[in-house]
Write a protein that binds this ligand. Structure first.
Ligand code: CDT
Length: 321
């Protein structure tokens, strides 16, 4: 019987300061891949926008002045050491980065790279949080809507070699993890492994006293655990963590199984590798019982999900008497 247990790792990155170049980040990432190799890891998942500081917190009047944060080629001279490390160690890796296309379009992008160095799957972030214009009320900006277009690749899943087996793999990026629609589109393609990276500020700028501090992490974990359980898949969710130029990101990277259980969790807000041995055949239980989509889904009742964006007020009940 084919072995379907793969050793997965979330390679959390500590802060990357605004003044630090890609060489610093890439050097740290290669060291994490060396560590992963020593621990027998087959896939390493790096965070969203892993090569630089989380630059959407910084305002630029002229968007093109942010272009130095973007990758114009993948791989490039600066990112080539990651691809070389993948080949040297026989490890596949997930990388999040800011993509500038040859046509001049800008996306928040993630790729999964086979140990050969070939890009297997590419995804461009669909749910862009934050705002487009400078908000003087906020002490930290979140300008993803300014710097990125909405992703145009949907939520693709592909069956690809993973360690000694093959798996249905899908990608999402940060805020996507909070949207059940994103998970379900992957689930409908029988995804077995979801890789995602995130940069989440510890402070909610829009908090009006209703969200206790610790719930920031709870909400992230809740979303990932529910997504994995309801779609019978594994999830590797990797943070950028710690304080970047005075602005804190919360870390707490996790690896989750199809039961929604956390198998491994980062304990620092620094560079940290967490690993788990994951038997992909565990995806079969949920998929063939409570979440047997073919048997139980009722798309005829879900019309609002795709026909409507914002919520609508319900009709007001009128008592008969
Ligand atoms: N990077 C990213 O998508 N972060 C968001 C925080 C948005 S706060 C305006 C997240 O959902 O974690």
């Amino acid at each position: 019987m084919t072995r379907r247990t793969v050793t997965l790792a979330a390679a959390q990155l500590g802060p990357i300061q605004k003044a630090e170049g890609r060489d610093v980040a890439v050097g740290r990432m290669v060291r994490l891949m060396e560590q992963a190799h020593r621990r027998g890891v087959e896939i390493v998942v790096f965070p969203e926008l892993a090569l630089t500081t989380f630059f959407p917190r910084w305002w630029e009047e002229d968007v093109s002045r942010a272009d130095h944060w973007f990758e114009h080629a993948m791989p490039s001279n600066e990112t080539a050491p990651l691809f070389e490390a993948a080949r040297r160690y026989g490890i596949g890796f997930h990388l999040g980065y800011a993509e500038r296309t040859p046509e001049g379009r800008r996306f928040n992008t993630a790729i999964y790279v086979h140990p050969s160095g070939e890009v297997v799957l590419k995804y461009r972030k669909v749910h862009l949080p934050g705002h487009r214009e400078h908000d003087p009320v906020r002490t930290v900006q979140h300008l993803e809507k300014r710097y990125f277009e909405v992703g145009d690749l949907g939520f693709p899943v592909v069956r690809a070699p993973v360690g000694g087996t093959a798996a249905n793999i899908g990608l999402m990026i940060c805020n996507d993890r909070r949207w059940p629609e994103a998970w379900r589109v992957l689930g409908l393609q029988q995804v077995e492994l979801v890789m995602l990276g995130y940069n989440t500020p510890s402070l909610n700028m829009d908090n009006k006293g209703f969200e206790a501090h610790h719930l920031r992490i709870e909400h992230s974990h809740l979303s990932i655990r529910a997504g994995c359980y309801q779609n019978a898949c594994f999830g590797v969710a990797t943070a950028k963590a710690g304080t970047e130029d005075g602005h804190e990101l919360f870390g707490h990277s996790i690896i989750v199984n199809p039961q929604g259980e956390i198998l491994a969790q980062a304990t620092s807000w620094a560079d940290e590798l967490i690993t788990a041995d994951c038997d992909l055949d565990q995806c079969a239980l949920g998929r063939s019982t409570i979440f047997d989509f073919a048997a139980h889904r009722r798309p005829e009742a879900y019309g609002r999900i795709t026909s409507q964006t914002g919520s609508e007020a319900p009709p007001v009940w009128n008592p008969a008497s």
